[in-house]
Ligand binder design. Structure first.
Ligand SMILES: Nc1ncnc2c1ncn2[C@@H]1O[C@H](COP(=O)(O)OP(=O)(O)OP(=O)(O)O)[C@@H](O)[C@H]1O
Ligand SMILES: Nc1ccn([C@@H]2O[C@H](COP(=O)(O)O)[C@@H](O)[C@H]2O)c(=O)n1
Length: 213
């Protein structure tokens, strides 16, 4: 079974994906980390005139295990990820890694921006997780502050709004809600309530598939 989960920054898609992966005993990939790793690797080179060529080389030789997750989950790595994600050849290189992951024997759960539209268009279940920008900024600020990172709500809200806008008009992306995706707005939901709502959606789709097969 392949479950494709998309949604904007800090919507809670990673949290829900991890819980679903545990529930269904499926491997999970946070595909944002791939873009973040390329962005992080490019952190000192993004102003170079040949930065796109370098980013493509980094994406083509990416070894995610060489990176520390704390370095990849900073706000700066998110901004850099969003920049390298606009290069079509970077997307092509990372697409291969994601497709290989999705093709595991028992299936997989992948979360990102274009999983239901481009990476796994035939996924058994597609979810689109969202929440309003203020709620997402509040969650991300809390998450970073808890890690000792000194950021304010206003800074994070501005970054999230910019990243939403940049991602939305990424000419190399396919960041729209797949027509067959199930929408879940977590703005007013706790983590547990959001997970239960997602689980219910997945189970409904599976029950429907079973009854028609
Ligand atoms: N429903 C919720 N209520 C409160 N906090 C939440 C909820 N869902 C997630 N969080 C918290 O919000 C933060 C961001 O969540 P998460 O990492 O799952 O988002 P994401 O969509 O995967 O973000 P990104 O892809 O940008 O990394 C985490 O600290 C997480 O614990
Ligand atoms: N499938 C994906 C996933 C991510 N991106 C880009 O990476 C940025 C960081 O992603 P997070 O999910 O970790 O916030 C994101 O803003 C996108 O620009 C992508 O293009 N495709």
């Amino acid at each position: 079974m392949i479950i494709a989960i998309d949604g904007p920054a800090a919507s809670g898609k990673g949290t829900i994906s991890k819980k679903l992966a545990q529930h269904f005993a499926l491997p999970h990939m946070d595909t944002g980390l791939l873009y973040r790793a390329v962005g992080y690797a490019m952190r000192d080179d993004l102003d170079r005139p040949d930065w796109e060529k370098l980013a493509i080389e980094k994406a083509q030789s990416l070894e995610l295990s060489h990176y520390h997750e704390d370095d990849l989950t900073t706000a700066e790595a998110g901004v850099a990820a969003s920049k390298v994600a606009r290069v079509p050849e970077v997307r092509t290189a990372l697409r291969e890694v994601q497709i290989a992951f999705a093709q595991q024997e028992d299936g997989a759960i992948l979360d990102g921006r274009d999983i239901g539209t481009r990476i796994c268009p035939d996924a058994d279940v597609k979810l689109y997780i969202t929440a309003d920008a203020e709620t997402r900024a509040e969650r991300r600020t809390k998450q970073l502050n808890a890690r000792g990172v000194d950021v304010t709500f206003d800074e994070i809200l501005a970054q999230i709004e910019k990243r939403d806008a940049d991602d939305k008009d990424n000419p190399a992306g396919a960041f729209y809600v797949a027509p067959d995706a199930h929408l879940l707005d977590t703005t007013k939901l706790s983590i547990e309530a959001a997970f239960q709502a997602a689980l219910e959606l997945v189970n409904d789709v599976l029950a429907q598939e079973k009854s028609t097969s």
